[in-house]
Design a protein around this ligand. Sequence first.
Ligand SMILES: [Zn+2]
Length: 253
Amino acid sequence: MLKKVASLWFRVWLTAAVLLLALPGGGVAEEAHWGYTGAFGPSDWDKADPSFFMCKAGKNQTPINIVPRFATTLPPLVFSYGIKGDTVLNNGHTVQVLFPHGNTLTVDGISFELVQMHFHTPGENLYAGKAFPMEAHYVHADKAGNTAVLAVFFEEGESNADLAALWAVMPQTAGETKPLHQGFNPLALLPVGREYIYFNGSLTTPPCSEGVRWYVLKHTVTIGKEQVAAFLKCMGYPNNRPLQEVNARPVLR
Ligand SMILES: [Zn+2]
C-alpha cells in the first residue's frame, strides 16, 4: 500500500517536475503564479517568471488556427494504450488524468509514453477557422525528454458517456486529487479515425517550451452542452490560451 502511495506521489511529482509546469501547469495552484484571468493572464505569462520568456519570444507557439497547407504522407499513429489512468487531479489550470507507465504512442519509429491527459474549454486550436467547445490533450514524453501531444476536438452533440464517468469524480478544488477506482481507458475518448494534422509547436501553458510535436486528430468526438458547462463551472473560467502566430511553420496533413 505504502509502495503504491509512494508511486502515485512520485508520478504526481514527475508530472510537475519533468513537464515543468507543462500543459497546463503540472504544479498545483499554490506554485503557479499564472492564470487565464487577472494579473499574469496569457498576455503577461512572460512577466510571471523569467523562465516563461518563450511565452512572449517564441516563434513556434501553440495554439494556432490549423490550416493544413502541405499534403504529404504522414506515418500512422500507432497506439499501444492498454493501461488505465488511475488518478484524476485538478491542478487549478485544468483537470488531468494521470497514467501509470506503459502506454505508448509510436510515430515514425519514435516511441512516446503517455504521462497525462487533460482538457481545455473552449478548445485551444482552431481547425480552418472553426472553434470547438472542448479539446483534450494527451501529453507524452520520449526517452530523450521530447514532448508529443495528441489533440482531440470535441463537437457539441450527444452527451459523452466516457466523459460522464470521469466528470462524476472530477475534483472541484484546485490541488485536489481523486483515485479512479474503475480506471480510465485512454482509448475511450479517441475517435475511430486516426488521421491527423502535424505541426511543430509548444506547450500551451508556461513555460511555453517549444519543440513539441503536435498530432491533431481530424475526426472529432461529441460532448454534451451540460458537460462543457460542468467543466467550466469546475474551473471557474475558460482555460484556453489565445491563438498564436503560425509564422514560418509548415502544417502537414
Ligand atoms: Zn493542454
